[in-house]
Every structure is written in structure tokens, then in C-alpha cells.
Unconditional design. Structure first.
Lengths: 219, 387
């Protein structure tokens, strides 16, 4: 009988220990939760670490980091980088190694876009240590398009802010609709300069790259 | 303050000790009652008794009188207790009287117990545990102890007196003894958050914590305790220590009008409080004197120390489909120390003469103090094992 009760006591104590070790957390919402843990600037770039705390109940579409020189961060118009892995709870990282102005104060936050919400995490700041490599155009396609068509450019050292990746065809500036570190998309504009209509140029932070292949405008 | 209080108590005790009490003295041939006896310390009472007289005080030795007693029932009898010094007598305090009479001799260095049955001479009870328990079993043979009480008796006045009184009365009652135990418990906590919490700080805090309401949680508890019998009755003192890891999480969604931007703002606020707590309850317990199943009630106080007391407030600002999350803030809104009163009741099962198992339901009500904006009330279900 004593042994029986001793066994019960032992089991209760063991279970208590196990259950008591569980951590409390906040109640699950329909939107995901995330937080930025670190934003460290160095000569090689800016290291960002964020954590997805909870995925919420709304399905996740994309996630990444958004940053800019003011706190009004918007995924569409600010610098933004999308990560290409599946979103899951835990840490995720990014190293920004292009288009950082020396001495400029930046504000950065992680983000998640779900089916119903865009969630911006807490904002931290970092001071830029000038990283401004010349952009590189590896390829673009299609090489033959009409006004209003969308062109995709592949390469490197692009700006993560679409308004900072300036594409020109001849003397005409194109509208950049998406820009990432190594790819961008723009819409073919009306080209007025007939002498240089073949030349596709990309300028980021004052440094310019010219595509090696010519661009042909469809009539 | 404490020293002054102690002096008052000591003074009162000294005064009352030296104050005469009505009593009697008896010799082989006479019995004088209604006289005033002046009791002294226990050691003096074993050697002489002072009697108030017209001329002052008369001192009687055990050689002169055979017995004296007080109105309160305390009786001393003259006996020879030193085999190597025949003729030397001392006064023994009669603790229990019946088929077996129990006496106490308060000697210079230590106390000794004696017992005498109708058919025997005065027997000194050895201080050795095995010997005095054997002696008590021998002297009480013929009485079937149902709770093996002689195995639990200690060489203390109250313990021996209770055992002998049971034998004399022919009653089977549990013999309370000092023991230790361990416990595991399930704790249902209700955290009552004072409306004053959001009035504490800046207007921003006001708005943020405005709709935070009460939290609930369930946790497990581990503990140990000691139980010490009080007197000859069935009361005991419980000194406990319990460890509990817990806390709570509570959520509110608030919409307020922001006068600066002249818009309504909605925000979600989560408060997560994590606690690791040591409780030190001190309780008075009464246990019904039954042999197997023993209901009990207890009441007392509980001091709790939250040695880990971290509280975080998470805020998300919601505007249509965009949610901006803020960095969680660390805020301690619970007192590190809390006091509570406890009331509880339960049922104890005696597994054998020494080991017990009990289940108890206990309510722990925290006493709000000046800076306690979150008050924790608990209902505990405890399983105790005593060894």
C-alpha cells in the first residue's frame, strides 16, 4: 500500500515538474507575431535578425525585412527584402550589403504579409557604413518588347527600394515596379531618344551599369 | 518594540510565578486545604514548596509532607526516586492518574518520567527510545493498541501523558507526533487586476492598460512540510515551503480616440506575467482524532516571495489591415512579496502507524497591500505524503 502511494507521489511530482516547466505565452491571434532582435551595422553590411513568434491563424504569403530613412515603413515603397523560405516560427536573418549610405540613420523592421494582414514588427535603427557597390546587369528579358511591357532584369547590387533602382532606356526613365538585391522589374516607357534606344542602364546610388545586350523596342 | 514586549511578558510571567495560589498540603496524618502555596520554577517545586503563613513563609520539604497540590489541579507527591540514595525524597508532578500513574521529576539537569501501576512500585522510564517504548508496551499489555501508539510516543510530557491517558481511559486515539512530509499540488490561480493599474503612469499607459482584465492560470506546486503537535489535544502547527512556477497571460483590444491625430486608434495589448514563487505558509491544523480516516481543517497565513517576477506588455497597433507591433516592454506590476491568509480542509488516511496520505483543498487569499495592483487568489488541491 505504501509503495503504491509512493509510486503515485513520484508520478505526480514528475508530472508537476514537466508541466510546471512550460512557458507562458500570449494568446494566439488571427495575425502573425514577430519581432526584430538585432540590427548591426559593419563594414560588410547590416546584419538583421528577427524572430517569428507565432504564425497566427491567417495563412502566410511572404515575409522579410523593410527599412528606410524614416519610421514610416511600408513594404511597397520602402527598402524591402523578401525571404524565399517557408515562414515558420523561429529566427531568420538577412545581411544588407548594398545601397547603404554612409552616416545615414536607417529604421528597420521585420514584416509578414498574411492573407488578411500586413504585420510590421518592432522598429530598430542602425547607422549606415557606406556600402555602395556598382550595380551589375547579368541579363534581362524579354529583350524585345513594346511600350508598357514588363521587363525583368537579373544581376547584383540592386537597391531594395524600387525608387532607388533607376532604369533608363535611352534618355527615358522607366517605372520600376519591383526591386530586390539581384532582380528588378520595370515597365517599358515611351522612348524619345532614337539614337540610344538600344541601351538599358541601371543607376543605384549614383553608380551606373549598362546591359551588354541591346534592347529592341517593338514598333 | 519587540524587546519591550518581551520584557512585559517576562515580567508578567515572573509576577504570576511568584504569586501565591490556593492549594493544599497533606501528610500521613493531616490534610490542610485552602492555604496559599507559592509555586516556584519546576526545579524548585520538585524540592520544596513555600506556604504563606502569618509569619511570612513556611517551607516544606518532601520529607515533611507527602503531597501538595494547587487549585488548578496540579499535584506533587513525595517519593523516593534515587535507588543509590535511599531515604532521599523529592516531589514528583503527577501528570496522569489512573490504572497507570505518570509522574515527572524536574531535576537539576534534566527531566525524568516515572510510572506506577496499581500492582507495581515506581518505575523510572528510561530515556532510550527502544527501552521506554518496550517498557510502555509491557506496562500496558492486555490493551490492544489499534494505532500502535507506543511506537510513536516520545520522551516528552505531552506525548507520554496522552498515551497513558488513552490507556487509563481505554480509548483508542491517534497519538500525534512531529513528522515531515512532501506534497504535490494543482493550483488554480485567479489574478485580480486593480483598475488603478492603468492610472499609474503616463496617459499612454492609461490607454494601453485600460481594458486589461483579470487573468487565470493553472499550475503545479511542489512542497515539503513539517507538522508539530501542540499540547495534548489534536491541534498541530504546520510549517511549509512550496515551490510554484506560474503566472498568467491576459489580453485586451482597446479602441481610443487620439486627440493628437484626431482619429480613433485600436490596439491589442497582451500582458504576460511569469512568476517563480516560494511560499511559506504557517498553519494551525485541527485533525479529528480518528484512527484511520481523519478529516482536518487548517487556517493560517502565507508569505510568498516571487523570486522570478517578470511581466511583459506586448502592444500591436491596428489600422485596417496593417498591424504595427511594438517592442515588448518589461513592467513589474506585482509585488515581489505577498501575504495571504489560508483556509483549508481535507482528509487524511493513515497508511500505517507512521505514514499518512492526505488530500486537501485550500483557499489562499492574498491580502492587498499598497503597491499590489495584481492580487493573486488561489485554490489549491494538495496531495500530501507524510513519513
Amino acid at each position: 500500500m505504501i509503495q503504491y502511494f509512493k509510486n503515485i507521489s513520484g508520478a505526480v511530482i514528475f508530472a508537476s515538474c514537466l508541466i510546471a516547466c512550460d512557458d507562458l505565452d500570449i494568446k494566439r491571434k488571427d495575425y502573425p507575431r514577430l519581432q526584430l532582435n538585432e540590427a548591426t551595422s559593419s563594414a560588410t553590411g547590416v546584419a538583421l535578425t528577427a524572430e517569428i513568434l507565432d504564425l497566427g491563424t491567417s495563412s502566410i504569403i511572404s515575409f522579410g525585412f523593410v527599412w528606410d530613412t524614416n519610421t514610416n515603413l511600408e513594404v511597397d515603397s520602402s527598402y524591402s527584402a523578401f525571404l524565399e523560405t517557408d515562414a515558420k516560427t523561429g529566427l531568420y536573418n538577412l545581411n544588407i550589403s548594398t545601397d547603404i549610405t554612409n552616416g545615414q540613420k536607417y529604421y528597420v523592421a521585420p514584416f509578414i504579409i498574411s492573407k488578411d494582414y500586413t504585420v510590421i514588427g518592432n522598429i530598430l535603427s542602425f547607422k549606415g557604413i557606406g556600402i555602395n557597390e556598382t550595380p551589375r546587369i547579368d541579363d534581362f528579358f524579354p529583350k524585345h518588347a513594346a511600350v508598357g511591357d514588363t521587363i525583368t532584369v537579373l544581376g547584383g547590387n540592386f537597391s531594395a527600394k524600387r525608387s532607388r533602382s533607376i532604369v533608363t532606356l535611352g534618355d527615358s526613365r522607366a517605372k520600376t515596379i519591383l526591386s530586390d538585391f539581384d532582380s528588378l522589374m520595370f515597365i517599358v516607357p515611351q522612348i524619345t531618344d532614337s539614337l540610344s534606344r538600344d541601351e538599358l542602364k541601371l543607376t543605384v546610388g549614383g553608380k551606373t551599369a549598362i546591359a551588354s545586350s541591346p534592347f529592341k523596342l517593338k514598333p | 518594540m519587540i524587546a519591550r514586549f518581551a520584557l512585559v511578558i517576562l515580567g508578567y510571567w515572573s509576577f504570576s510565578s511568584s504569586f501565591a495560589q490556593t492549594g493544599y498540603i497533606a501528610t500521613d496524618t493531616s490534610y490542610i486545604s485552602g492555604i496559599e502555596l507559592i509555586p516556584g520554577p519546576a526545579r524548585d517545586n520538585a524540592l520544596f514548596i513555600k506556604v504563606k503563613s502569618n509569619n511570612g513563609e513556611t517551607i516544606y520539604s518532601p520529607q515533611e509532607i507527602k503531597e501538595y497540590g494547587f487549585e488548578n489541579g496540579k499535584v506533587y507527591v513525595s517519593q523516593e526516586v534515587f535507588p543509590d540514595n535511599p531515604g532521599k525524597r523529592v516531589f514528583l508532578e503527577k501528570i496522569e492518574e489512573g490504572k497507570i500513574t505518570l509522574y515527572l521529576y524536574s531535576g537539576k539537569k534534566q527531566k525524568s518520567f516515572f510510572l506506577k501501576s496499581d500492582s507495581s512500585t515506581l518505575i523510572k522510564i528510561s530515556r532510550k527510545k527502544s527501552e521506554y517504548r518496550k517498557l510502555l508496551l509491557e506496562q500496558t499489555r492486555g490493551f490492544a493498541w489499534k494505532g500502535q501508539q507506543p511506537q510513536l510516543v516520545t520522551y516528552r510530557k505531552q506525548s507520554l501523558a496522552k498515551l497513558i491517558s488513552q490507556y487509563n481511559a481505554g480509548k483508542h486515539r491517534p497519538l500525534n507526533f512531529a513528522h515531515l512530509g512532501i506534497r504535490a499540488g494543482y493550483v488554480m490561480s485567479s489574478y485580480k487586476i486593480s483598475p488603478k493599474l492603468y492610472e499609474l503612469s503616463s496617459p499612454v499607459f492609461d490607454q494601453r492598460l485600460r481594458d486589461i482584465r483579470n487573468g487565470r492560470s493553472s499550475n503545479f506546486l511542489l512542497g515539503a512540510f513539517g507538522e508539530i503537535p501542540i499540547g495534548k489535544n489534536d491541534f498541530s502547527l504546520l510549517i511549509e515551503t512550496n515551490y510554484m512556477k506560474g503566472g498568467f497571460s491576459t489580453f485586451s483590444r482597446t479602441t481610443v480616440y487620439d486627440y493628437f491625430i484626431e482619429e480613433f486608434k485600436t490596439f491589442d495589448v497582451d500582458m504576460v506575467v511569469k512568476l517563480s514563487t516560494i511560499q511559506i505558509p504557517l498553519l494551525l491544523r485541527y485533525t479529528l482524532p480518528k484512527l484511520k480516516w481523519r478529516p482536518f481543517v487548517n487556517v493560517g497565513g502565507n508569505f510568498a516571495y516571487h523570486f522570478k517576477n517578470s511581466s511583459r506588455v506586448y502592444q500591436s497597433d491596428i489600422t485596417s489591415d496593417v498591424i504595427m507591433m511594438r517592442l515588448p516592454t518589461k513592467e513589474n506590476h506585482m509585488s515581489i512579496y505577498t501575504f495571504a491568509y489560508n483556509i483549508g480542509a481535507g482528509l487524511q488516511y493513515n497508511l500505517n502507524y507512521r505514514n499518512m496520505m492526505s488530500a486537501e483543498l485550500r483557499y489562499n487569499n492574498q491580502i492587498p497591500t499598497g503597491n499590489a495592483y495584481i492580487v493573486d487568489n488561489q485554490l489549491n488541491l494538495l496531495i500530501n505524503f507524510t513519513f
